[in-house]
Design a protein around this ligand. Structure first.
Ligand SMILES: *Cc1c(COP(=O)(O)O)cnc(C)c1O
Length: 375
């Protein structure tokens, strides 16, 4: 069965072979040697040996794929990216201040998600906006040389891929070289596993799973060990990174089925050749789509070319009165969920790891055909 191509920004498309495997194991999960246990993954105790083996395999596959060094902890949490906007300051805003003083953090605002993050952090600590691209309509990344970093900041937060605005950091800032003592916190929700991560520059990375890692409900946190143990007294125990780490993400019941699905996706990523191979495919997919947009008379993208996202491609029709016809025709052509975010308008094609090159080619073919017949 050829399913339509699904360009949703999240929850997003999942490789059909991964879904088929999950379906075949739904009622009775087989272990690696093919031995059935008489239960589906959703029905297993998180402390039983079956789920423990799923958990350990998932964690070690992720560590291998993303080359996560041994001195970083991998936490499988709940609450999504938005909850992390509170959980991060609750845990990290006092790394560099005495217990009595308010903590502080720097933020670089590059779009809707980093803006939400800085607003939420204000409930828990002092917030300094080191730089913002709001005046440019979130279309470029402010040059790091102009960031106004503060001495008090325990961490600097950036969203390394702005899902709504289509702006991506293609290199991580080197805070030590910039004279900052802050830890770098990255929200990598919407491009995790699409490219390698330079862990030498990162203190903590977090992301919701529903873009590139599977179903909603799982939140991935990767945190350097020495940053654990600084949580504010008010921090809920289930959200204290040290408590979560000390209990191998099982202080409370983790999202077991979402962890299992992420594990199937990690095995799929390994079969695809790992992150380097995925990155090469993602570069080729993005190039195909941006070239089609830039080369057309009907479509355009507003983001400065050196910080365009490989994952989320917002684009507009010069004649906005054609939007509804464009979307209706796309659906008929088997191209789903390409309407832009309501705050930006226009269209958005999200082309995560699970979107094959053929899907992007089908979209480009449709766009060119639509321009020819409606231009
Ligand atoms: C989707 C997304 C989030 C929000 O995740 P929720 O799971 O809805 O809380 C946060 N940050 C980025 C960059 C995202 O793309």
């Amino acid at each position: 069965m050829q399913r339509p191509f699904n360009f949703s920004a999240g929850p997003a498309t999942i490789a059909p072979e991964v879904l088929a495997q999950a379906a075949s194991e739904m009622l009775d999960w087989p272990d690696a040697s093919g031995r059935h246990c008489g239960m589906g993954v959703m029905e297993m105790s998180h402390r039983g040996k079956e789920f423990q083996s799923i958990y350990e395999q998932t964690e070690s596959d992720l560590r291998g794929l993303l080359a996560i060094p041994a001195h970083f902890k991998i936490l499988f949490m709940q609450g999504g990216g938005l909850a992390e906007n509170a959980i991060v300051p609750l845990n990290l805003s006092r790394l560099r201040t005495a217990d009595s003083a308010a903590g502080a953090a720097d933020f670089v605002v590059t779009g809707s998600w980093s803006d939400k993050s800085q607003k939420e952090a204000r409930k828990y600590c002092e917030v300094n906006i080191a730089a913002s691209n709001a005046a440019d309509g979130h279309t470029r990344i402010p040059a790091a040389s102009g960031w106004q970093l503060t001495d008090e900041a325990s961490y600097l937060h950036i969203c390394t891929n702005e899902t709504i605005n289509g702006v991506e950091f293609h290199t991580l800032p080197d805070l030590r070289a910039m004279g900052s003592k802050a830890e770098l916190v990255i929200d990598f929700s919407s491009h995790v596993a699409s490219r390698p991560v330079d862990w030498t520059r990162v203190g903590l990375a977090f992301g919701g799973a529903q873009k590139n890692l599977g179903p909603a409900g799982l939140t991935l946190v990767v945190v350097r060990e020495d940053l654990l143990g600084y949580a504010m007294r008010e921090c809920p125990s289930a959200f204290d990174y040290k408590t979560v780490a000390d209990n191998q993400s099982m202080y409370n019941t983790p999202p077991t089925y979402a962890i299992y699905m992420a594990g199937l996706i990690f095995q799929w990523l390994k079969r695809q050749g790992g992150i380097a191979a995925m990155e090469a495919r993602n570069i080729a997919k993005a190039k195909l789509l941006y070239e089609a947009i830039d080369g057309s008379g009907l479509y355009f993208n507003k983001v400065q070319s050196d910080c365009r996202s490989r994952m989320n491609v917002p684009f507009f029709l010069r004649d906005e009165s054609r939007n509804d016809a464009f979307l209706a025709g796309a659906k008929t052509a088997g191209l789903l969920q390409i309407k832009g975010h309501k705050s930006v308008g226009g269209m958005r094609a999200s082309i995560y790891n699970a979107m094959p090159l053929e899907g992007v080619q089908a979209l480009v073919n449709y766009m060119q055909e639509f321009e020819r017949t409606n231009g």
